[in-house]
Each structure stands twice: as C-alpha cells, then as structure tokens.
Design a protein around this ligand. Structure first.
Ligand code: ATP
Ligand code: MG
Length: 270
C-alpha cells in the first residue's frame, strides 16, 4: 500500500480539497483507495457520505481523536487490507507525536499552500518543523509543495516560498487556481476527474503535475490502470520543465524524478 499524506499545519490551505480529489482520481482508475481523516472536523468523511452510488467506492476511516482525547500514536483506524492507495487528510495545527506518526507512515507528502504572505510564512515554519521535529529528514517520504487557490498563475507572492523551497531542494509542483468546480465537487462528493471533462479541463491540467509526480514513482504497481490520455508522458512531452527559482530550472522526468539545474543567463529559463 502506498500512503499519500496531505498536510499543512496552516488551516484552510486546501488539504481536504486535494486529499478528496486525489482519492477520487485513483478510485476512478479502479485503484483500491481509502481516505483516512485525521481532522476532528471530519470534512473528508462528510465528502464520502455524500458520494453518489454510481462512482467508484472509496473506503473511509475516521482517525480523529474523540473530543478531549490527546492525539497520540495509539490512535487506531482501520482500512481494508486490500487497499492500494491510502490518502491521509491531516488536521490543521498538527505537530509533535502525531506529526511524526503521520510522516513515518507516508510514502509521499504533499503540502498545499494558499497564496497570502501569512500562509506562505506559516507554511515555511511548518516545513521547518516537518524537517526538524517531524522526522522528514530521515523518512522515506518524497515531499512536494503545491500552490492552491491562486488567482493569477504567476503570482509574485510565491517568490519567497520558491526561494525557501529551493534552499531545501523541495519541488513546487503546480499552481491550482481558485475555481467553483472544487466547490461543486466538494458538495457532490466527487472529484474533478469524475466531472465533465470539458468544464474541468483547467483543473485537470493544473492537477496533472501532482499525478505525474506520484504516478511516475509508482505507475508499475498499478499497470495499465493509470495510463490515460490526460497523463500521457510520451513523445515530445517526455519532460515537464518549470522554474523553481530565479536561477534554477527543475525538470520532472518521465520517471517522476526531479533534477534541478542552474540556468545562466536568466534569459535561457523556459
Ligand atoms: N482551488 C480551490 N478553489 C476554490 N475553492 C477552494 C480551493 N481549494 C480549497 N477551496 C475551498 O476552501 C475552503 C478550505 O479548503 P479545505 O477545506 O480543502 O482546506 P483545509 O486545509 O482542509 O482546511 P482545514 O485546515 O480547516 O482542514 C473549502 O471551502 C474549499 O472548498
Ligand atoms: Mg481539512
């Protein structure tokens, strides 16, 4: 089983939105998927409750501590043994032992961040916590950051975050724009990849780098189930390249690995 942790201690950054959309993507590809909801607000569980009968089933497990209980490692939640992908929806404010426990269980960690300077600052602090006390430094997990609720794809507020990520060598996968389609999806218990392809083309395109990053590293496990038109990485589109800083170009290869190159002069950046 592969475990994808969606986490940021900052509230409202898009953890549940990303977790539910990733889960619905894998479920729609007939990968046996479960969501583990660590958030006492239970937003992912609520999303699962309204999920229509006609879409693929996603198992849910409520891992949030009961009111008044300390969120410690003894926390238990059950998912079926045949689960292939488990997505963990982390709560806001996560730290300490729970943070360590979540990091320890994960193969991939995706950190959504909203574009305000306050969110970016809080996220930078969270990433420090993740490495200094969360065990990320020694964990097996691959870690990446995703911008969420962006109004302009090239918002300059990300400059400082990009520089910080560069210094840690963490990839910044994509910018997801603010879109009502995410609200519709949340309301109906579905994900973007289960909605009309034409009206969700922008959202699909923006989510694609996350899926490429994940799938590039575990595609073989699921064989042809993850091969589709939207995720094709053949021919001339073998590499996706994007800027991660003023003088660096990060290249995402067909195998899902990142390479960061210094780029001189600046004009040669793609
Ligand atoms: N890209 C987006 N476009 C439009 N609305 C969004 C987008 N991402 C998130 N939202 C909305 O923003 C709100 C907060 O998002 P979400 O619940 O996913 O954040 P969260 O990090 O899980 O919050 P919490 O820390 O409270 O658990 C929700 O109402 C969600 O529907
Ligand atoms: Mg949430």
């Amino acid at each position: 089983m592969l475990t994808i942790l969606v986490i940021n201690s900052k509230g409202g950054s898009g953890k549940t939105t990303l977790a539910t959309n990733l889960a619905s993507y894998y479920a729609s590809k007939k990968v046996r998927t479960a969501i583990m909801d660590y958030d006492p607000q239970g937003s992912s569980m609520q999303w699962l409750r309204v999920r229509p009968d006609e879409v693929e089933k996603i198992q849910g497990a409520n891992a949030a501590p009961a009111k008044g209980a300390a969120p410690l490692r003894s926390l238990q939640a059950w998912i079926p043994v045949e689960t292939e992908v488990m997505i963990i929806d982390a709560p806001a404010g996560v730290k300490g032992l729970l943070l360590q426990e979540l990091v320890r269980r994960s193969n991939f960690i995706v950190i959504p961040v909203a574009p305000s300077p306050i969110d970016i600052h809080a996220t930078a602090d969270f990433i420090k916590e993740l490495f200094l006390f969360g065990g990320a430094r020694t964990s097996k997990a691959n870690i990446a950051v995703v911008a969420n609720r962006v109004r302009r794809a090239s918002s300059p507020v990300y400059g400082s975050l990009e520089r910080f990520l560069n210094s840690l060598k963490l990839p910044f996968l994509t910018s997801i724009r603010d879109s009502d389609n995410y609200l519709h999806a949340a309301e109906k218990g579905v994900g973007i990849f289960e909605m009309d392809e034409v009206t969700t083309s922008m959202e699909r395109r923006e989510l694609m780098p996350i899926l490429k990053w994940l799938n590039g590293q575990f595609a073989n496990r699921f064989g042809s189930r993850l091969e589709d038109r939207t995720l094709s990485i053949e021919g001339s589109r073998k590499f996706a390249a994007f800027r991660t800083g003023t003088h660096h170009l990060t290249v995402l290869s067909a195998t899902g690995r990142f390479k960061s190159y210094p780029v001189f002069p600046k004009r040669r950046v793609l």
